[in-house]
Design a binder for this molecule. Sequence first.
Ligand SMILES: [Ca+2]
Ligand SMILES: [Ca+2]
Length: 98
Amino acid sequence: MKTFHTIVMAVLMMALTIAPALAGHHYNGMGHGCMMNTWDMNKLDANQDQSITFDEYSSNVNAKLKMGFDMIDADKDGVISADEWNTFLTVHGVQTES
Ligand SMILES: [Ca+2]
Ligand SMILES: [Ca+2]
């Protein structure tokens, strides 16, 4: 019975490890309630004091946002032009009201 429990735990751990990676395939997880770059506390906890401040938390989310921004900013001039934005919407099949 103990072996069964160990297997269940191993499968659960695998699922937890794989899930964020899968979420990353959906345009950085945007629209899926997943804005985090990582769920690894050691990576989130920048100063390694075993606690995550809002700055540490938000810098992780911002890194994710920046990745998304850089994907849309095709010519990497630091600004999303109307063309770049429309291309992004088209590529992702986003319908706007206008
Ligand atoms: Ca910390
Ligand atoms: Ca641009």
